[in-house]
Every structure is written in C-alpha cells, then in structure tokens.
Design a protein around this ligand. Sequence first.
Ligand code: ATP
Ligand code: MG
Length: 414
Amino acid sequence: MGKLQPARGTRDIFGEDARRMEAVTAAFEATARTYGFQLLATPIFEFTEVFARPLGESSDIVTKEMYSFSDRGGEAITLRPEFTAGVARAFISAGMQQSLPVRLMSHGPVFRYERPQKGRYRQFHQINAEFIGSETPETDVEMITMAWRVLESLDIVDKVTLHLNTLGDRESRTVYRDRLVTYFGAHKAALSQDSQRRLDTNPMRILDSKDEGDRVVVEKAPPLDESLTQASLDFYARVEDGLRACDVPFTRDTRLVRGLDYYTHTAFEFITDALGAQGTVIGGGRYDGLIEQLGGPSVPGMGWAGGLERLALLLDAAPSVQRPVVIMPMGDAAVRAALSLAEDLRAAGHTVIADRSGNLKKRLTRAAKAGANHAVILGEDELAADRVTLRNLDAGDQESLPRKALTDRLAAWS
Ligand code: ATP
Ligand code: MG
C-alpha cells in the first residue's frame, strides 16, 4: 500500500481552507435566495450519456476529462464533471416544465481528470445556478448580475473583470462555422493536432484553444460579429443595456467562446489575473437547445458555474471562527450540571466547548490555544451555591456570579 496521501488532484479541506469555501457557499446561497432560487441536489454520478451527449463528443471534458467506469451491474457511469447536464436531466425526470420558469441552485464536488496545479484539481467544487424556462435577455442580465452580487458580497469584485460575448442563435452559428472552416482550413498546417481534429468536429472550439501556436492563428480569425443575425444582435444589445441599468461593468470579448456545445447567445466569464493560468472563476451562458437535446421538451435555459476553490483563493482573509466559551466542570457532580449549563449558553447563541480533563491550569492553557475568550469554571463550591466563576481569558481576571446571571453577563461582554 502506498503512502496515506489523498489521490493525485484531490485534497482534504479543513481549517482555513474549509472556512473560506464555507464563506463562498454561504454568500452564494444567501444571494441566490434573494433572486428566488431553490436548492436542487443532483446525484454525484449519472449515466454517462447524460454528460456525453450535451457536452459534445468532441469536447475536452468528454474526450479527456471524465471519470467514467462501468459499475457492477454493467451500467456506464460517470462522476459529474459539471452541474448543468445533471440539472437538465433532473428537470426532465421530475417534469418541472409544468411550472416554468424554475430557478435552481446547486453546489458540491465535480470531477475532471486534469493535470493538477494551483486552482486546478481532479475533484473540485462548484457553485451552480440555472434559470430554466425563460428566453428573454433580461433573464441573462439577472443571472450575470446575481454572479456579480455574489462577488460583491465576498468583497472580491474588484479583482475580477466580466467578459461578455454573444455566440448568436443557431443560424448565426451555422454561418460562422462555415467561415471558420474556410479560415482555419487555409491555416491547417499551423494548428495543433487537437485543433486539426476540431476543424472537422467543432471548429468554434479552436477559438478556445490554449495551445500557443493555435493562439497565433486564432488572433486573425474572422470575428463572430459579422455573422450575427439581426435578431442575435438585438438580443445582445438588450443584455448590454440591462447590465448598464444594474450598474454591472463588463468588457466585450469577441474571442470568448465557452468550451461546450450547448451554448447560444450570451456567454460570459468572470476572470481574474490573481490566479495565473487558472483565471476564470465563474463562467456561464445561455443554452437554449440543451434540454431538447437530452430528450426533453424545447425549453430555454441560462446558467453559470463558479469554481469554489478559485473563489476561495481570492478572499483576502479567511473568515474568523466565533470564539468559543470553554466550560470547565471540576468533579463528577459538576460534570453533570455543566451539560445543561452548556446547553443554555448555546441556546443563547454562544459557541461552547467543554473541557472535563486535567487540572485547571492545563485546561486554561488549552482554552487559550483554542482561541476561547471566556472560561466558565464550575467547581463543587460553585455548584453548592448555584454560582459559577467566569474568567475573562483576554484580561486574565475573573468574577463569581449566580448561575442564572451568566448568559446576560456574557452577552454584555461579547
Ligand atoms: P478552465 O478553462 O480553467 O479549464 P473551464 O472552462 O473548464 O475552466 P467550466 O467548465 O466553465 O471551466 O467550470 C466553471 C468553473 O469551475 C471555472 O470557471 C473554474 O472556476 C472552475 N474549474 C474548472 N475546472 C476546474 C478544476 N479542474 N479545478 C478547480 N476549479 C475548476
Ligand atoms: Mg477546463
């Protein structure tokens, strides 16, 4: 057996890292709730086809990154590499089209077989929001603004730039695809092998390539704008206008294409330069054909996903923990009495931990290490008099007071 290390690309999350990720999740849930979102928890694994079809047989995720296996019953199973396809599958399974639109938020682990580095893992976590059943550009505005507010509430909005683009409707994309095939076809020799293959399967993906040789060719590729239909241009203009109405700043990025097949119209990313090559912290867009592609009704959707680890890295400081009160019963009778005393304090909103072992000096040392601000000492004398000793660990002084007065006294101090 190898060393007891987590598998490559995975990690144990605790302490400061855990508090950072908790803070991001809490900000996401609180913000999304104010936009009417409700929680949807989908399974961590699905039948492989749930992801393979909508993500596109030629996408990086499907060709290289999925954790797929056949289970003991011979079913082809994949650990979710993203949320959207599973959410769309759940939408269809539950017949949610009966009550449109639906606003669904999710968060949890996702899995991709990638080369691990800072901000890139094989098991990572996403926050995810999907707005299904509305085809208006104002929905896109709300969704992007909601992401902006999450970043604002975490105080990291100054570290990111919103990149916005439109991929147009299907008609625009068909026209553009042909233009790209002509252009890239003329520069085929300069493209990476991956991109030469993409030329046949999905030429738009070449625009998204990270290969440096490809980037040079992509620089001079024809812009999508010239292929957009009037309807696509009008849609996009309303997205820009709505963002201005909400005071959400953005930059137009005509090179922004998202890596997946199912996007139409709006595409956007929040990008930071604080995390090196792992600069995209939130990405999303409109996916009007996805649910139909999965075998469901023709229902439009708009969504985004954020990388929890990357967002957590952007936080200035880890959120602090509430300083605990340590309750220290001395003797058997006090141990029992301390149980209910601790419950009273917790009910009043304090974080309470009990320390029942060792002499008082040892316990006070441990309490200081735990970051406690107060110790409540409960000895036999105190018990008999229905009193407690309250010690302020910062100041180093203490006082005796009736047990009943303790919560009020602590409330006054904290
Ligand atoms: P990248 O270009 O960095 O590979 P992506 O386009 O594959 O990102 P999405 O599929 O849009 O990413 O996923 C949404 C978000 O999830 C990303 O913006 C990023 O913050 C995060 N993310 C993606 N892959 C990873 C990973 N391997 N480890 C950690 N976070 C990730
Ligand atoms: Mg990726």
